[in-house]
Design a protein. Structure first.
Ligand code: CTP
Length: 407
């Protein structure tokens, strides 16, 4: 999947999110795309054509009737020479113009004259987004075959306003563009995968908790890799410091019990990959108030109780996904312990992590052995991204050749 040599016309409309379009240009170009920017008048209030041109490395088109620009390009030609048009930010006004076929400036004229797909990244005040006219225009545009990414939920530039209206992040737009232009095979298209990732956090009292050092990198990378192969992915993640992977629905949870509930709610699924480092135990009683130290008294004992085993629950579930994958952290006898785990947890595959080496937990690389009923397959030391990519392909191969399931 690549944007190499793709010609992208980027229309920047007038919204505060226009500043993110500068980063979007950079990221599209990093991936080998040629970016031709078109700016509306209002966009020039937020970013300058000079900055846009410096990043895109070429002419920035702004006027419908420009003596210099019109002579050597013309809006019709500008509309014709692209693999994809991205509108980011797409304002309520520009969407309304598109939906009604207005063409009173260069951006709207190009959109009307286009003969390539369009991807909109809407950004506006949440009230403007949910307003009936905008929703009607959106429905019209979707019917016309226009694709959208976002808007996302979150804080708005206007103080105190939150809701759906924030423009998708540049990387999310890049991934959506790649997806739109990608013609490589998608062996997992139509399949739903649930992935768990990160640690769980178990409260002791309102300020203290039990957790572990899992970074979520492996689980997040697997979720992204499955999505790249066409799967619809629900990622259920404990608290992590890394971004939600693009192209994936990410649900944030804290405790093991939250995680189980969220995973069960996401069923049915075809594939489950349980990568989270779920805390085996939680405090038997969670104090409602902060526990205070009492001078002269011994520290309070911490009684623990067992958490539900999510992998085991899903592995034996009435609505069990066809393929259930678990992870195992081992320091020795990797295959023997993983084989035992396979049976106990009702999994089809255990990816055993050799954590005897330093830097695996929370680090960037991994050495794994794949254990199924039919044997073990050792993979060399690889980056977590490479493990994810290879595992996603491994899963896709088994899934396509249905006969080889269960192993
Ligand atoms: N797992 C889970 N819910 C739990 C505990 C573990 O879903 N409450 C999943 C993990 O996501 C992982 C696998 O089960 O896929 C790990 O199993 P676990 O029994 O925790 O094994 P190890 O971490 O390898 O540790 P140990 O062998 O000590 O049990």
């Amino acid at each position: 999947m690549s944007l190499k040599d793709k010609r992208i016309l980027l229309i920047i409309a007038g919204g505060i999110a226009a500043y993110k379009s500068l980063d979007l240009i950079r990221r599209l170009k990093e991936r080998g795309a040629a970016v031709t920017p078109v700016m509306t008048k209002a966009a020039e209030e937020f970013v300058t054509p000079l900055a846009v041109g410096a990043l895109s490395g070429g002419t920035v088109f702004t006027d419908l009737f420009s003596r210099t620009q019109e002579q050597d390009v013309g809006h019709i030609r500008l509309a014709r020479e692209n693999d994809l048009i991205i509108v980011a930010p797409a304002t309520a006004n520009l969407m309304a113009k598109m939906a009604h076929g207005l063409a009173d400036d260069l951006a709207s004229a190009v959109l009307l004259a286009r003969d390539c797909p369009v991807l909109l990244a809407p950004a506006m005040n949440p009230k403007m987004w949910s307003a009936p006219p905008t929703q009607r225009n959106l429905a019209t545009l979707l019917m016309d075959g226009v694709e959208t990414i976002g808007p996302m939920k979150g804080e708005m530039a206007e103080r105190g306003e939150a809701g759906k209206g924030r423009m998708a992040e540049p990387m999310e737009i890049v991934v959506a563009a790649e997806k739109r232009l990608d013609d490589s095979p998608r062996p997992l298209a139509g399949k739903h995968a649930i992935v768990t990732s990160g640690p769980t956090v178990e409260a002791i009292d309102p300020v203290r908790y039990i957790a572990n050092r899992s970074s979520g990198r492996q689980g997040h990378a697997i979720a992204a890799a499955l999505a790249r192969l066409g799967a619809q992915v629900t990622l259920v993640s404990g608290p992590v410091a890394i971004a939600d992977p693009p192209g994936v629905e990410t649900l944030h949870v804290e405790s093991a019990r939250d995680m189980l509930k969220t995973v069960e709610k996401a069923l049915p699924a075809d594939i489950a990959v349980m990568v989270a480092a779920v805390s085996d135990w939680r405090a038997a009683d969670t104090a409602q108030q902060k526990m205070k130290k009492k001078p002269g008294e011994a520290p309070p004992p911490l009684a623990l109780t067992e958490n539900p085993d999510i992998l085991k629950t899903i592995g034996h579930h009435a609505r069990r996904p066809r393929l259930v994958v678990g992870f195992a952290a081992e320091t020795r006898d990797v295959t023997a312990y993983a084989t035992d785990k396979l049976a106990r947890k009702g999994a089809d595959l255990i990816v055993a992590n050799d954590v005897s080496e330093e830097g695996v937990m929370g680090g960037g690389h991994n050495r794994v052995t794949l254990v199924t009923k039919s044997g073990a397959e050792e993979w060399p030391d690889m980056s977590k991204d490479a493990v994810a990519e290879r595992l996603a392909h491994w899963i896709a191969e088994r899934f396509v050749a249905q006969a080889s399931l269960p192993f």
